[in-house]
Ligand binder design. Structure first.
Ligand SMILES: *Cc1c(COP(=O)(O)O)cnc(C)c1O
Length: 408
């Protein structure tokens, strides 16, 4: 990014956020990783191999196109003469059905370059676990995925997928037996194993250099989207909307438009059942700066500084923290963040399916809900892009349950 301050700075800071709040034993592994990544990034051979895999294995570039019937639906309910044209960037078309594969292929390739033979990962809903197991199968790397016992029970199908792909699933019985506990277990493993093992973190979170590495591997979304929008629309879009869990699909697409101040960027967090603590998973909207999993960012905490329980109908957004670069973008005002509730997401899930023939992931449905809200306020000649982070096949059973419950 010519002409701009390097972000993160050499200490891994995005403004005051980010950094490396880890035990001494991890500092060495993290600086090895930083050095290896720095060399890989500047090696044309590495970039060529990554591009080749993204094309031939992941199925990139993913499509970009208009959403004419969703646009009509927006305009029918918009106030007098308003309603932007809506466009979709289709990460749901990537291999394994979501953007997560962009990162696992990139980090898998990095692990090979570093001579690592074993991969570990954490997973909540199992999506990152499946994407990691997929990359490991492709590269012939040993793969162990940490997963909370509660999550493993709820996401039995993804546990089976990981095993089918040759991975070992390590079930974590600590704490709330969910993603947070699986992440702690993976970090503990890495403290003792980093000579042979690479830890593939699943989002733009954790200690430096992970937020930077994951952002860079997801930035392909924004690079493609910017070029595709210029080609299809003839100019840059007026707004780009993405859902925010840890923040990787949002960071990936936003990065393509950061230097274009005329492009409004909107991140949508999980508003859950209500604004009350424990009812949502929206740290940027309702949290405060704090340290979680090795970096400083917005976190949902109780009065004693303990990580608060979170809720979302969407397992991929159910995380009490968020990437440090998002914290920086929020404070600087470059990106605006808002929420969509479970009910909003469920409506949007059905709306995109019926109007465009695309069943989105429940995570993505949050972005759709926020995007429809924004599109209604924008003028008719405006163009808005939604990042369709993933497909919803995995969520159909949960959606049926929620729709029955709500009587919709
Ligand atoms: C995991 C996931 C997310 C949330 O993760 P981010 O790091 O915020 O992108 C969003 N959408 C889908 C489809 C996912 O699988």
């Amino acid at each position: 990014m010519a002409g701009t301050t390097r972000i993160p700075d050499p200490a891994g800071r995005f403004g005051t956020y980010g950094g490396r709040y880890v035990p001494e034993t991890l500092v060495h592994a993290l600086s090895d990783l930083e050095t290896a990544y720095d060399q890989a990034r500047r090696d044309p051979g590495f970039q060529q191999e990554l591009d080749r895999l993204l094309r031939t294995f992941v199925g990139r570039p993913t499509p970009f196109g208009p959403a004419p019937r969703l646009t009509d639906a927006v305009r029918r309910t918009a106030p007098g003469g308003r309603g932007a044209a809506v466009w979709l960037k289709r990460e749901d078309c990537a291999h394994t059905g979501a953007h997560k594969i962009n990162n696992t292929i990139g980090q898998g390739l990095l692990a090979l370059r570093m001579g690592r033979t074993r991969i570990i990962a954490e997973t909540g809903a199992g999506q990152h676990g499946v994407a990691t197991a997929t990359a490991c199968a492709r590269f012939g790397l040993r793969c162990e995925v940490y997963m909370g016992a509660e999550d493993a029970r709820r996401q039995a199908l993804n546990v089976f997928r990981m095993k089918l792909l040759g991975a070992t699933v390590r079930v974590v019985e600590d704490g709330s037996r969910t993603l947070k506990d699986a992440t702690n277990a993976a970090m503990r493993d890495w403290m003792g194993s980093s000579r042979t093992t690479h830890y593939i973190l699943g989002s733009v979170v954790g200690p430096h250099p992970f937020p930077m590495i994951v952002r860079d591997f997801q930035a392909v979304i924004g690079r493609e989207c910017r070029a595709q929008a210029l080609d299809a629309i003839g100019r840059l879009p007026d707004a780009v909307v993405a859902c925010v869990g840890g923040g990787s699909n949002a960071a990936g697409i936003f990065t393509g438009f950061l230097e274009d101040p005329q492009v409004q960027l909107l991140g949508i967090e999980a508003g859950g059942r209500s604004e009350r603590a424990g009812d949502h998973a929206a740290p940027l909207s309702y949290g405060h700066p704090g340290i979680l999993h090795g970096s400083l960012s917005y976190v949902l905490q109780d009065g004693d500084g303990q990580t608060a329980p979170v809720h979302s109908c969407s397992a991929g957004l159910d995380y009490p923290g968020v990437g440090p670069e998002h914290a920086w973008w929020k404070d600087t005002g470059r990106v605006r963040y808002s929420t969509a509730t479970d009910a909003d997401a469920l409506d949007a899930f059905q709306m995109l399916a019926r109007t465009e023939g695309i069943i989105p992931a429940l995570e993505t449905a949050h972005a759709v809900a926020g995007a429809v809200r924004l599109a209604r306020e924008l003028p008719r000649d405006a163009n808005l892009v939604i990042n369709v982070s993933g497909r919803g096949d995995k969520d159909v059973a949960e959606a049926i349950r929620l729709i029955d419950q709500s009587g919709a």
